[in-house]
Design a protein around this ligand. Structure first.
Ligand SMILES: *Cc1c(COP(=O)(O)O)cnc(C)c1O
Length: 494
C-alpha cells in the first residue's frame, strides 16, 4: 500500500518513505491510498497480547516493512519500559471505560507511538539506503517533546531538537524536558504558544534553502509530531486492543458498536480511532472533546473551521491548540480523497485563518461529534469521579470524561463508551489536587503537590516523576518565536 499527499495525488510513496519524510514536500500530510481491513476476527484478536495486536494492525499499514523488521520494532518498543504488563490498561468508572495510555516512560499517551517511532524510522533509513543523519524537529504542547526525547536519546544516526512554549506547559512537563540527557538532544523554549512553535517547525520543513544546508552537512529533517504516519499507525493499535479486551471480559458482544471519546488537541489520537473504525472496528460515534480552545467543537457543529480567536491557556495545556494539523487528513478523506479541494481549503486556512467544508463533506464526517469542557467543568468532573469511584484522572482525560457524560445525558446514546485516558494525573498534580480539594493551589511547590496527590489517589509514584526530583537542568535556551531557525542552525552548526 502506498501513501499519498493530502495536497497532491501525484506524490506517492512507500510507508517507510512517508515515515522518513514526516511531511510531504508540498506541505501536505501522507495518507494511506486505500484503507486496509483487519485480517483477524475480533474474537481472534481478543486472545492476543498487545504486541500481537500491534503486529496485526501495523502490518496492514506498513506494507513495505518485512515481518522480521516490524516484529523487531514492536518488540523493542513495547517491553518493560511500560509499567503495566499489558502496556495499556482499562478501568471502569463513571459509567465508562477509561483506556489508560500513560503507563510508558513519560506518563502520557505519546509514549504509545513515540516508543516505536525511532525504531520505525531507523529501519526506514536502512531500507531506503539513507546515509544522512536524521534530525527530528518537533514542536510540543508538552507531552510529545518529552516522549520524543526519551525515544530518540542516544539513538545512533539521529539527533532531536524540541521546541516548547515557555509559559504553555506544566512545571512537571517542563522539568521532564529540560533535564533530558543524551548527547543528541536539544530542548528550546520559545516566547510564544504551541501554534507558533508548530508553525515555525512546519516552515523549516518547507524551507528549501535550509534543506540544502542540511544535506551539505549530511543531515535531513524528519518529524516526530503526529503529522508523521509513523505516529498515527501505532495509535490505531490500542483502540483495537481495547475492544478486544472488552470482548474478552464479556463487556461487549462480538460486533457490538462502541463510542470512543478522545480529549483532542492536534487531532492525531482521535484520527487514529477513526482509522480503527475504517479498518473494521465496530464504532458508533467518535466524540471529539475540546477544552476552552473549542475550535473543533465549533467546526463539527457548523462546518466552519475558524482559528481567528484568542488562544486560551488552560489546565489541560497539551490540548491548547488552535490549528489541529491532523484534521487535514479527515478533510481529505471526507472530500472523497480530493487533493485539490484539500489543498484549496488548507490554503484558505493559511491566508484567512478559516475555511468552510461543503455539505457533502460535512455529511461524510457524521461519525464525529464534538463537545467541550471549560476549566471549571474539568475540576468538577475530576472531583466527582474521585468522590464516587475513588478514581483519579488527569485534566485532559477529565475533558473527555465531562464531554462523554454530557453527550450521554443529552442524546440518550448509551453505547458502551471508551474514553482515551491520555496522561497520568501526576503530570498535572497542581490542577488535579486543586480539583479534588476544591481549592486553588497557586504558590505550593510542585513536589509538595505531587506528595499530596499520592496521599489522595493512592496511585504509586511513577518512575518518570521520581526521575525529575533531583535531576540536573541540562537545557536552558529560550528564544523569540521568529528566531527558531537560527537556533536550529546554531544547534546543528550549519
Ligand atoms: C497530546 C495530548 C492530547 C491531544 O492529543 P492529539 O493527538 O494532539 O489530539 C491530549 N491529552 C494529552 C495528555 C496529550 O499529551
Amino acid at each position: 500500500m502506498k501513501y499519498l499527499s493530502t495536497r497532491n495525488s501525484k506524490i506517492k510513496v512507500e510507508a517507510s518513505e512517508a515515515i522518513l519524510k514526516g511531511l510531504s514536500e508540498d506541505g501536505g500530510l501522507f495518507v494511506p491510498e486505500t484503507m486496509p481491513v483487519l485480517k483477524k476476527s475480533l474474537k481472534e484478536l481478543s486472545a492476543m497480547t498487545y504486541r500481537e495486536v500491534a503486529y496485526e494492525v501495523m502490518s496492514l499499514f506498513l506494507t513495505d516493512y518485512t515481518k522480521e523488521e516490524l516484529t523487531a520494532c514492536i518488540d523493542a518498543a513495547y517491553d518493560e519500559k511500560f509499567e503495566v504488563p499489558d502496556i495499556a490498561d482499562l478501568h471502569k468508572a463513571n459509567g465508562a471505560w477509561f483506556l489508560e495510555l500513560w503507563h510508558g516512560k513519560t506518563i502520557a499517551f505519546k509514549d504509545m507511538a513515540l516508543s516505536i517511532l525511532p525504531h520505525l524510522l531507523t529501519t526506514a533509513a536502512r531500507k531506503n539506503n539513507i546515509k544522512d543523519e536524521i534530525v527530528i524537529l518537533t514542536a510540543t504542547s508538552g507531552d510529545t517533546g518529552k516522549a520524543a526525547l526519551a525515544g530518540f536519546a542516544d539513538v545512533p544516526g539521529t539527533r532531536i531538537i524540541v521546541f516548547y512554549p515557555k509559559d504553555g506547559v506544566s512545571r512537571v512537563q517542563e522539568l521532564q524536558m529540560v533535564t533530558q540527557k543524551g548527547k543528541n538532544t536539544k530542548v528550546i523554549a520559545i516566547r510564544g504558544n504551541f501554534d507558533d512553535a508548530q508553525n515555525g517547525v512546519k516552515e523549516m520543513f518547507n524551507d528549501k534553502e535550509l534543506a540544502k544546508k542540511l544535506s551539505d552537512k549530511g543531515l535531513r529533517f524528519s518529524s516526530a509530531n503526529s503529522i508523521n504516519i509513523g505516529r498515527l499507525v501505532p495509535q490505531v493499535v490500542y483502540y483495537v486492543w481495547a475492544y478486544a479486551k472488552l470482548l474478552e471480559k464479556g463487556e461487549v458482544k462480538d460486533g457490538e458498536e462502541i463510542n470512543i471519546t478522545v480529549p483532542t488537541g492536534n487531532f492525531g489520537n482521535i484520527l487514529a480511532a477513526y482509522y480503527a473504525k475504517q479498518i473494521g472496528l465496530p464504532v458508533n460515534k467518535l466524540i471529539c472533546a475540546s477544552n476552552d480552545n473549542k475550535v473543533l467543537y465549533d467546526f463539527f457543529k457548523t462546518g466552519t473551521y475558524d482559528r481567528n480567536r484568542d488562544f486560551i491557556l488552560t489546565t489541560s495545556p497539551s490540548m491548547d491548540i488552535l490549528i489541529s494539523s491532523n484534521l487535514e487528513r479527515l478533510i481529505y478523506h471526507s472530500s472523497g480523497n480530493d487533493a485539490e479541494k484539500c489543498a484549496e481549503l488548507m490554503n484558505e486556512l493559511k491566508t484567512t485563518g478559516k475555511y468552510t467544508v461543503t455539505s457533502d463533506m460535512k455529511e461524510r464526517m457524521k461519525d464525529f461529534t464534538g463537545g467541550f469542557a471549560v476549566q471549571s467543568e474539568v475540576s468538577e468532573i475530576i472531583s466527582k469521579i474521585y468522590k464516587n469511584d475513588g478514581y483519579t484522572i488527569d485534566t485532559h482525560t477529565a475533558v473527555g470524561a465531562f464531554v462523554a457524560d454530557r453527550y450521554r445525558k443529552e442524546t440518550g446514546d448509551d453505547h458502551l463508551t471508551v474514553i482515551a485516558s491520555t496522561a497520568s494525573p501526576y503530570k498535572f498534580s497542581r490542577a488535579v489536587v486543586g480539583a479534588i480539594r476544591e481549592k486553588e493551589f497557586k504558590t505550593e511547590d510542585d513536589f509538595a503537590l505531587i506528595g499530596m496527590l499520592k496521599e489522595l489517589s493512592g496511585l504509586p509514584l511513577p518512575g518518570a516523576v521520581k526521575e525529575i526530583m533531583d535531576a540536573e537542568i541540562l537545557h536552558d535556551t529560550v528564544c523569540e518565536k521568529d528566531k527558531m531557525k537560527s537556533e536550529v542552525e546554531k544547534a546543528l552548526s550549519l
